[in-house]
Design a protein around this ligand. Structure first.
Ligand SMILES: NC(=O)c1ccc[n+]([C@@H]2O[C@H](COP(=O)([O-])OP(=O)(O)OC[C@H]3O[C@@H](n4cnc5c(N)ncnc54)[C@H](O)[C@@H]3O)[C@@H](O)[C@H]2O)c1
Length: 343
């Protein structure tokens, strides 16, 4: 059984969240207030006090004492995983073992091999239950960019330029994390926008930043299977604000993301807009639409958003990116053959 109840007659999806840090708390808040047909049933966090305070703030009914209890709880239909990256694979496999649909925050797992374990378990079930939290697929400007490209009015895509900047990186965030944790968003959105896989990556840290152990910028040049060039700058220690930019250059014109601004101030001989401190305001709509689509997909049993295969692709590209950084030269992106479940 997909879930324990008949959704034809009972259309409320009871959700459990594992990990109630920045993202888990944000998703809990959105699910409690902005997703029709969802009920926040239970939360778990390794820090029990944290789970309790998020439950109090969002009205979640219960707090679990272990992730396994939450996953196996028969009054929970679907699970959202928002714990640290290295915990994802085992939790996803536990959810699949009890055949429950899940939304796993990105990355599906830090390594391609772990993602393939998930794909193995899901293909064995013969049914897609995994959605990966690559929420940019629901961000209206990216969706418009994709539609504009598909309309062919600007001709073929030639180049995609992506920029991803954060205010400051935590002390444990090195250039490898910039690739496996941040650039994965860009890998996924490039595959989504271009409807193409990526074949080769050349990654480097600017020589001027060598010796920077925390948040050094990483610059990547990738080539898609159809020959589109993708450039990505990830700078997690950019100092001034959170910013994501993208420009898709086509044969007859270009499409650029605009920075959303709610307010412009003119004062003291200057005109200013502010940058958000992190990603939540910029992608608020995308997170909400992603959660709504996830809940709807559980009711209709029609998968939405990034699949486990997409999660694997992003992590496989990241792995090639790490190889390229280590060998100081380009690396081929090797992918397994795609199982029919994901066609
Ligand atoms: N989609 C996005 O835009 C986006 C943005 C930021 C982070 N993320 C991803 O979301 C996940 C969480 O990131 P975050 O920024 O919320 O981190 P965070 O550190 O704020 O929160 C992680 C939470 O998980 C808890 N935790 C640790 N180990 C656990 C375990 N074994 N089981 C359950 N809970 C555990 C911690 O106590 C903490 O409360 C990461 O995988 C991250 O890559 C996604």
């Amino acid at each position: 059984m997909l879930v324990q109840r008949n959704h034809e007659t009972d259309m409320t999806i009871r959700i459990g969240i594992i990990g109630t840090g920045v993202m888990g708390a944000d998703h809990a808040n959105t699910l409690a207030r902005n997703v029709p047909g969802a009920v926040l049933e239970c939360l778990y966090d390794a820090d029990q006090a944290r789970a309790r305070s998020v439950a109090d703030a969002t009205g979640a009914k219960n707090v679990a004492t272990s992730p396994t209890d939450l996953i196996k709880n028969s009054s929970i239909d679907a699970i959202l995983i928002a714990s640290p990256d290295q915990t994802h694979k085992d939790l996803v496999l536990e959810c699949l073992a009890v055949k429950k649909p899940l939304l796993c925050e990105k990355p599906l797992a830090p390594s391609a091999a772990e993602c393939l374990e998930v794909i193995g378990a899901e293909t064995k079930l013969g049914r897609r239950l995994v959605q990966v939290g690559y929420m940019r697929r629901f961000d209206p400007p990216y969706v418009e960019m994709r539609e504009a490209l598909r309309s062919r009015q600007l001709g073929k895509a030639l180049m995609l330029h992506c920029v991803h900047r954060n205010v400051s990186a935590p002390s444990w965030f090195d250039e490898k994390m910039a690739v496996t944790n941040s650039a994965v968003h860009e890998f996924d959105i490039a595959r989504f926008l271009l409807d193409d896989d990526l074949a080769r990556v050349d990654a480097h840290v600017p020589a001027a930043a060598s010796g920077t152990s925390v948040g050094a910028p990483v610059f990547l040049v990738l080539h898609s299977v159809r020959g589109i060039t993708v450039t990505i700058e990830v700078f997690n220690n950019a100092g001034y604000g959170y910013e994501v930019n993208g420009e898709l250059v086509c044969e007859k014109g270009s499409l650029s993301l605009r920075q959303p601004a709610h307010l412009e101030t003119r004062a003291a001989l200057a005109q200013t807009i502010t940058y958000p401190a992190d990603w939540r305001p910029r992608f608020e709509t995308a997170y909400r639409l992603q959660l709504r689509a996830w809940v709807e997909s559980i009711k209709t049993q029609k998968p939405e958003g990034a699949s486990a295969w997409d999660g694997y692709a992003a992590s496989a590209i990241a792995e090639a990116g790490l190889r390229s950084l280590a060998q100081k030269g380009g690396a081929a992106i090797a992918m397994e053959r795609k199982p029919g479940l994901y066609s």
